[in-house]
Design a protein around this ligand. Structure first.
Ligand code: TXA
Ligand code: MG
Length: 324
């Protein structure tokens, strides 16, 4: 199969209607999209990504008006957070109705719903009379794509079309929240909307889901090892780790710092000006570039644990977990 990249939302519409897969840009990362109401199309996502079927998918709609067709009992707090942060990088786990198949939710009664903000994908979703099921457009376990080129690299020949919306503005996946029986907000995945921002809207603390199981994860983004590069990665204080790697080829990922002992082309400074937003945007592209460099090890700084910095640390810890 030839894979084409372009900006034609009508071609994307035609392919999706026919049950084909299309990679779509979002403000967080690129998604691998299929008609969420067509089980055969959704199955193709699992095949192309090599994704285990216990791992449920997010459905994407252009508006809550459309998304409302597929969910019941939306809590008041969900509405408040939706008003504040959507369209945008926040995903809601809500009770599904029977239009959404168990294949999409991996048997759960809750479906993950997201209203993405990217203008090209917004226009595409407006054209469609079905939601798009879309995980990140990477092979399972690897780094999420933030450009059309990243998608091409791993999915060329496997899907017909990549809708090119430039490089993702946020660069880490959406934050995922759910609600318990008491309408308490539970954080399932750190991401583009910070805990602090949501707590400011709710005026109360958010509970962080901590139950992690390797076989039936609450959210597979919670698998201990995920988003992993092929090169060993360690997090900590780079200056302290460097002496342990003398005579080895080292790459570094830092927030603002430069290191004299490391060749400049092996140093990835995510935001020289010290912006966590900019660092998040550059993170996955840096990990991918380093995988091409054939270094022995990636040494990574711990980022300030606030705002989107928490999501950065979360992804880096998971990227490193395979090498612990
Ligand atoms: O930013 C994003 O959320 C991107 C873009 C493409 O929208 N999507 C994304 O999808 O990151 P994915 O599949 O890579 O991660 C979605 C996470 C998975 O860890 C999945 O387990 C969780 O959402 N999830 C989806 N539906 C769920 C459900 N019903 N209950 C619990 N977790 C769910
Ligand atoms: Mg993913």
């Amino acid at each position: 199969m030839d894979t084409i990249t372009g900006t034609d939302i009508y071609l994307a519409q035609t392919l999706l209607r026919a049950g084909d897969l299309v990679a779509i840009p979002t403000e967080t990362v690129y998604g691998l999209a299929a008609n969420a109401l067509n089980e055969d199309a959704v199955l193709k996502i699992f095949q192309v990504k090599n994704r285990p079927a216990f791992n449920p998918l997010i459905i994407h709609c252009s508006s809550w008006e459309k998304a409302g067709q597929y969910v019941n009992d939306v809590p008041d707090k969900a509405i408040a957070l939706a008003r504040a942060f959507t369209p945008g990088p926040l995903t809601f786990l809500l009770r599904k109705n029977n239009m959404i198949s168990d294949l999409v939710t991996a048997g759960s009664e809750k479906v993950a719903v997201r209203i993405p903000k990217h203008p090209l994908t917004q226009r595409l979703l407006e054209l469609l009379d079905f939601p798009l099921a879309a995980p990140s457009a990477n092979p399972f376990g690897y780094i999420s794509p933030t450009t059309a080129g990243h998608v091409m690299k791993s999915l060329a020949g496997k899907i017909p079309y990549i809708l090119n919306g430039g490089s993702a503005g946020i660069g880490v996946e959406s934050t995922i929240i759910g609600f318990d029986e008491n309408e308490q907000v539970i954080l399932h995945r750190l991401g583009g909307i910070s805990i602090e921002a949501m707590e400011a809207v709710l005026n109360e603390p958010i509970i962080i889901a901590s139950e992690i199981s390797m076989t039936k994860p609450l959210v597979p983004g919670q698998l201990k090892s995920h988003y992993a590069p092929n090169t060993p990665l360690y997090t900590g204080q780079i200056e302290k780790m460097l002496p342990g790697w003398i005579n080895k080829k080292v790459a570094t990922i830092s927030f603002t710092k430069q290191f004299k002992a490391v060749p400049p082309q092996q140093q990835f400074i995510l935001s020289p000006e010290g912006s966590l937003d900019e660092a998040a945007k550059n993170l996955f592209a840096a990990l991918r570039s380093i995988d091409q460099l054939q270094v022995d090890v990636i040494l990574v700084e711990i980022f300030p644990n606030e705002g989107i910095g928490r999501a950065i640390n979360d992804r880096l810890n998971r990227a490193g977990a395979a090498f612990k």
